[in-house]
Design a protein around this ligand. Structure first.
Ligand code: ZN
Length: 187
């Protein structure tokens, strides 16, 4: 079995964007003794061809480049599934970067699944639909094929819903005077 550590820093990464402590400053210094690290994520493979991600960090796009995890053909990914260990944002936000019409198979507890479903529903309510379909084991099946099929069907269903949506309305921005009037009304 092969294990790749894609990132090993805590949430926020290292150096952290809003920290100028001695460690973070050393991490930013070219040739410094502290090395910058991306947020924690691990990839596991038993055959070097398909990989399982343990958590999807916000830095997932960069973490999947430049190694065995990169795509080898159009609409291809060696990622066979993603295991979410919990609902932390730094473990789940990467899912939003893995969209682009891709069925994703996610392994998670029902609580994490419910949390991610609420997130996608809330975004859809704001007119931001996710361009990926996802399946969760064991709810959608217990074999790789069944799970992939479920994710693919969900992706297709979302595309159907999107194609029936009416075009967004363009609203004009309030003028400066109108904004000031609104602000004074709000107190
Ligand atoms: Zn720091």
């Amino acid at each position: 079995m092969k294990i790749r550590v894609l990132g090993s820093a805590a949430g926020g990464g290292f150096p952290q964007w809003n920290c100028g402590c001695a460690n973070c400053r050393e991490g930013r210094r070219p040739g410094g003794r502290a090395h910058p690290r991306t947020q924690e994520s691990v990839a596991v493979s038993s055959d070097d061809k398909s990989w399982f991600l343990i958590n999807a960090s916000p830095e997932i796009r960069a973490q999947l480049e430049d190694n065995e995890l990169a795509a080898r053909a159009p609409r291809h990914t060696p990622i066979a599934g993603i295991l979410l260990t919990n609902g932390d944002l730094d473990h789940c936000l990467g899912l939003l970067s893995l969209r682009e019409s891709q069925p994703l198979v996610i392994w998670a507890t029902d609580a994490v699944r419910a949390l991610c479903s609420r997130l996608t529903a809330a975004l859809a309510g704001e007119g931001m639909s996710m361009s990926f379909g996802w399946a969760v084991c064991p709810r959608d099946g217990d074999s790789a094929l069944l799970l992939y099929r479920a994710a693919d069907e969900r992706l297709y269903a979302q595309k159907l819903i999107r194609s029936r949506l009416t075009a967004a309305k363009v609203v004009s921005m309030p003028s400066r005077a109108e904004r000031l009037a609104m602000r004074s009304q709000l107190g």
